[in-house]
Design a protein around this ligand. Structure first.
Ligand code: NOJ
Length: 559
């Protein structure tokens, strides 16, 4: 039977951070059986595809992105059979599971690395980037999580790690290593997996001489993007990867492919691209970390026009060559409302507006767990409440810059990845119904305000609104237009409004106001019917639409 390469395009995807979704065995950590027990919730919401953050055996230095055994499930998440059960039970409900595929690095506790350390002449030593250097790291590259990208293992021997020191980079120049990775990928695909989200994949090719570069900071180091991200020659590796694995299956691949220039998008996700789709980070990373999170501007101090321009550029460039994956939240970001809305205006109405803005874009929408409840950032009062390695690093940098512990935690709170990693609130009971044990990370301070059970009963809740959005996008009448229709930006004269028309078989306008006051906009079309809105009634007169604070509209254009 011919493979349907497009099966995923009109679907709705949902990202699960397994540690924090649902704990079935009461040990305080979410697990696979917990996810199985919530499949009906996902099905009822209208989800077709689930991306699971890593559940492989791992010491959890970086939340599972440090894999010690690619073939095994970490005991905190359950057993291998639980994974088989999840795939089977999800299938019964028409849901496909994507696993996270971490190919740029593994854990320093992986047997390959242990053998490499024990014997520098072993085959495994050539799976990594070991170099000799006397008294200082072999070059001045800075790791993504701060500090040198090199770790000394005794004497003059060092290894490269672009992320934490417990995540040694794999040497993709080695064909034997590549074959081992392909075998592992096929092992999982043979189980009937829907596909993969592919981690940090644009970093697998390194500048071969590993030379130092001019420093970009008084620390004397330089960010490792130029010599390790989309480095020339990466295409050969990605083509070989695809041909040996994904091409043989009807699976879906979504790449975490930061830094792909728009000119190269076609090579990545065009007709014969390396992947089916990718996440474009240009419109979600509107702020520049600079030296540390504590020196960062508040995100919304950037004009909303900045978000609009980047989002539309992404939409237009992606549509030229392929089909994107759209999102506003994931496990690496604080909640979207903390990025795009001033604190005093975060409420159910503005959360629904933000949801509407991203959800009707062209591309497969990925909802991050809790987004559908309108979850906000929690408050971490002390660094002891934080687990995330990058937050701890930024906290250290803030202290080194002279901030007090109280100031430092406040300063890094806004950007902490743990903001989105606190347990999912299922109900208003103890620990939000997430666990009967002691939660591995604190539960959100406001779980009584937003939790799945209460929101399901409330027709005005953010959850009920997400259900309506999903229903609309999947409806027989509008699915074609909302999936494949072009995106035409409109109302560009208003800097605090983001609006577009999805054009195709039908024409549907999506209008989102970021204005805290009422404002009038002149519509560039005539009659319409309101398909969805975050506020009752549509106030319009003679072609002018009156938008109340943070109002959004999805309008079917007539004629
Ligand atoms: C991207 C993942 O999303 C993030 O959580 C992780 O820390 C890095 N890649 C390293 O694997």
């Amino acid at each position: 039977m011919a493979k349907d390469k497009n099966w995923w395009k009109n679907k709705i995807a949902y990202q699960i951070y397994p540690r924090s979704f649902c704990d079935a065995n009461g040990d305080g950590t979410g697990d696979l059986l917990g996810i199985v027990s919530k499949l009906d919730y996902l099905h009822d919401l209208g989800i077709d595809i689930v991306w699971l953050c890593p559940v492989y055996r791992s010491p959890m230095d970086d939340g599972g992105y440090d894999i010690a055994d690619y073939y095994d499930i970490d005991p905190i998440f359950g057993k291998k059979e639980d994974m088989d059960l999840l795939i089977k039970e999800a299938d019964k409900r028409g849901i496909k599971i994507l696993m996270d595929l971490v190919l740029n690095h593994c854990s320093d506790e992986h047997p390959w690395f242990k053998k490499a350390l024990a014997d520098s002449d072993s085959e495994e030593a050539s799976y990594f980037w070991f170099r000799e250097s006397h008294g200082c790291p072999p070059n001045n590259w800075r790791s993504m999580f701060g500090g040198s990208a090199w770790e000394n293992v005794g004497g003059d021997r060092w290894y490269l790690h672009l992320f934490s020191k417990k995540q040694p980079d794999l040497n993709w120049e080695n064909p034997k290593l590549r074959q081992k990775l392909y075998d592992m990928i096929n092992y999982w695909l043979d189980k009937g997996l829907g596909g993969f989200r592919i981690d940090a994949i644009t970093h697998i090719k390194k500048e071969p001489t590993l030379s130092s570069l001019p420093p970009d900071d008084p620390d004397g180091m330089v960010g490792c993007f130029a010599p390790t991200r989309n480095y020339p020659g990466i295409g050969d590796l990605l083509t070989e990867l695809r041909q040996n694995t994904f091409d043989k299956y009807t699976c879906m691949t979504v790449a975490e492919a930061a830094g792909v220039p728009y000119a190269d998008l076609g090579i990545y996700i065009g007709e014969d691209g390396y992947f089916d789709t990718l996440f474009d980070f240009t419109y979600s990373e509107l702020y520049n970390w600079g030296h540390g999170w504590h020196t960062c501007k508040k995100p919304w101090e950037w004009p909303i026009k900045n978000l609009r321009d980047k989002m539309f550029a992404s939409q237009i460039e992606t549509a030229k060559v392929g089909f994107g994956a759209v999102y506003f939240e994931n496990h690496d970001y604080p909640r979207a409302c903390a990025k795009f809305l001033p604190d005093e205006y975060v409420n159910g109405t503005s959360q629904k507006m933000l949801g509407t803005l991203f959800f009707f874009l062209r591309g497969i929408p990925f909802i991050y767990q809790g987004q559908e409840l309108g979850m906000t950032n929690p408050t971490f009062d002390s660094i002891d409440e934080v687990n995330d390695i990058s937050t701890k690093n930024h906290y250290r940098i803030a202290l080194a810059d002279g901030l007090t512990p109280e100031q430092a935690i406040k300063a890094v709170n806004r950007y902490s990845r743990d903001n989105a990693r606190v347990p999912f609130p299922w109900n208003s009971g103890k620990n939000g119904g997430f666990t009967t044990g002691k939660p591995w990370l604190k539960v959100h301070n406001d779980y009584k305000k937003f939790n799945a059970e209460d929101e399901a009963k409330d027709i005005d809740s953010v959850l009920s609104y997400y259900k309506k959005m999903i229903k609309l996008r999947k409806s027989a009448e509008y699915n074609l237009t909302l999936t494949y229709g072009d995106v035409e930006p409109i109302l560009l004269e208003h800097e605090d409004v983001i609006a577009y028309i999805r054009g195709g078989e039908k024409r549907i306008a999506v209008i989102c106001s970021f204005c805290p006051d009422t404002k009038d906009v002149k519509l560039p079309f005539g009659g319409f019917d309101t398909l969805l809105s975050n506020l009752d009634d549509t106030v319009s007169d003679n072609g002018t639409l009156t938008l109340r604070p943070f109002e959004c509209k999805v309008l079917l254009i007539k004629g």
